[in-house]
Design a binder for this molecule. Structure first.
Ligand code: HXC
Length: 522
């Protein structure tokens, strides 16, 4: 699209208007129709849904690629396949880039990469979140290494921006090859079911190399990444649904690492929440219950935005509010694998804890954990390293951190789940808490082995010793005696205690030793 200006000054305004109109048309009517036929919106339609009405201010509308090879000199489109700029969501400024599949399949040219880098740079300077709407065929093949260099320029910026401003990625179409690494570095990934996919190599390469036959959807669709790999945090039903999820999450997070999340006026608890909390823990310690019921009955209005809902269900993470204050919740889930800590759960929770710590979001830990999952699969795949990630994440976090032990807090998992020893600010326990090195039966088997083996009826002896151990250790009072638990509280009191505790921690200051950066066990 030539940008030459007309000679007559009266035509110049008309010229600008016509250029803008041409840019609005993206890759042309036919390609826009094809985009809609694929069940996808255009880059501009998406921005209209994401941003407050009329708030979008475009940057770089007239940027075009400078390539001449493969007939590209004759194929120029205003904006060159990515719409960039800034706007607001609920009045808060965000910087955005929206890849335009109707222009060279949204592929990344040098010019296109420069536009993306420009908005990330602006977001960093102005302390605002970056939202990337991804829909791209990857590197602009005709541009070769220029395109690869452009990706690396973006990866560098994603990395430098990490922990400075929140970065959110919507995946709304293809995202393949090395291109996946930009969203992977960002904080949260939202994918759409059926229309988006992410993979390092597509089904054809997979077939050639490993002889596996797999569809695009199976290999790297939203459900695969939300449930199997954990790459995606949300698998959404549609583009609108993905944008709505992103906006919900956005409400809980601040603008940057110097900022705090916004408080809203307090929303009351559910009407019979206190009584419901008293009734949640089953009489038998081996009977499951869902920690989500605890969460719903604790937080403002019972509203909880679960992150990674389909991945590693034995730990639950997400955002909520307590007394109007935004908090991150990390909760063992006794209803799934008894709430055990395994590799996936440790990875999932560690990353969430680190996000909250980067952005000053206080952490609430709800604990009912029988320990780490035993077995060769876990050991050989590195549960030691992965479990250490969660330990490290909690230990280094300096945001307000509160733990409530509802039932089991066994073994190393007791230490890991934000214990007092790793700087938990307030650690509460319900009277149903059992804080010990291991479960009573296992403990009795080890320490009374000789007596049990020598007994006339070993089963009876084991049951008796188990009961003795249980009476002595399966409670919160030994820990409370040492000050490892600040207070044993009734479940029904928990919400009020937490609101008060988080309020007193509102201006908490804690630091870590000066260093270049830590070396988290990756
Ligand atoms: C230039 C591209 C392109 C690309 C698509 N197009 N991908 N142009 N570079 N990478 C163009 C097509 O020529 C077409 O142009 C338009 O975009 C739409 O593409 P279609 O193929 O018609 O669409 P569809 O059938 O929906 O298929 C989409 C697709 C396919 C699956 C993405 O286009 C595809 O496989 N593209 C190549 C993907 C790829 O190999 N990319 C490089 C990956 S390696 P017209 O003019 O007809 O509209 C990589 C390395 C990054 O990205 C490394 C970073 C470190």
């Amino acid at each position: 699209m030539p940008l030459d200006t007309p000679n007559k000054s009266s035509d110049k305004f008309q010229h600008l208007a016509s250029l803008r109109m041409a840019a609005e048309e993206l890759g042309g009517e036919a390609r826009v129709a094809a985009q809609h036929k694929r069940g996808k919106l255009t880059a501009r339609e998406r921005l209209n849904l994401l941003l407050d009405d009329g708030s979008f201010q475009e940057i770089g509308m007239f940027v075009q690629h400078q390539s001449v090879n493969f007939g590209l000199a004759e194929q120029k489109f205003l904006s060159d396949g990515v719409v960039t700029g800034f706007g607001t969501i609920s009045g808060r400024t965000v910087y955005v880039f929206s890849q335009d599949f109707t222009v060279f399949g949204g592929s990344l040219s040098g010019a296109n990469a420069e536009k993306i880098c420009k908005v990330i740079d602006l977001a960093m300077k102005n302390g605002c979140p970056v939202i990337g709407l991804n829909d791209s065929g990857g590197a602009r093949i005709q541009e070769g290494v220029v395109s690869l260099g452009g990706y690396a320029d973006i990866f560098l910026r994603n990395t430098l921006a990490s922990g400075v401003v929140p970065q959110l990625s919507l995946i709304l179409g293809p995202c393949a090859g090395g291109a996946v690494y930009s969203p992977a570095i960002t904080d949260f990934i939202f994918m759409t079911k059926g229309t988006s996919y992410m993979f390092v190599t597509g089904p054809n390469v997979v077939k050639t190399v490993t002889h596996e036959e797999v569809s695009q959807e199976e290999l790297g669709g939203a459900e695969t990444h939300a449930s199997k790999s954990g790459v995606a945090h949300f698998a959404c039903e549609s583009e609108l649904d993905a944008i709505e999820h992103l906006k919900k999450l956005f409400a809980y997070i601040p603008q940057n690492c110097e900022d705090k999340p916004f408080d809203i006026s307090e929303v009351a608890s559910l009407s019979n929440a206190a009584a419901a909390l008293d009734a949640i823990i089953p009489a038998s310690p081996n009977k499951p219950y869902s920690m989500k019921d605890v969460i719903y009955n604790l937080v403002d209005g019972g509203e909880f935005l679960e992150v990674h809902a389909e991945f590693a269900g034995n730990i639950v993470v997400g955002f909520a509010r307590l007394g109007g204050q935004s908090i991150g919740v990390v909760a063992n889930e006794p209803a799934v694998l008894a709430g055990v800590l395994n590799i996936t759960a440790s990875r999932k929770a560690a990353r969430f804890v680190r996000f909250c710590d980067c952005f000053n979001i206080p952490l609430l830990v709800l604990e009912d954990v029988p320990g780490f999952l035993p077995g060769t699969d876990q050991e050989w795949n590195g549960i030691i390293i992965h479990g250490a990630k969660l330990l490290y994440a909690f230990a280094e976090a300096t945001v307000p951190k509160i733990t409530v032990i509802t039932r089991k807090a066994y073994g190393g998992a007791y230490d890991v789940m934000n214990s007092k020893h790793i700087r938990g600010d307030f650690n509460f326990a319900w009277p149903t808490a059992e804080i010990a090195v291991m479960g009573s039966k296992g403990a009795a088997e080890v320490i009374f082995k000789k007596e049990i083996d020598a007994a006339k009826n070993p089963d009876e002896a084991l049951a008796q010793k188990t009961a003795e151990f249980e009476a002595m250790f399966a409670n919160p009072y030994l820990a409370a005696e040492r000050g490892y638990i600040d207070e044993v509280i009734f479940p029904r009191e928990t919400r009020e205690r937490l609101i008060r505790a988080f309020r007193t921690l509102k201006h908490k200051v804690d630091t870590n030793p000066r260093k270049k950066h830590g070396n988290i066990p990756l």
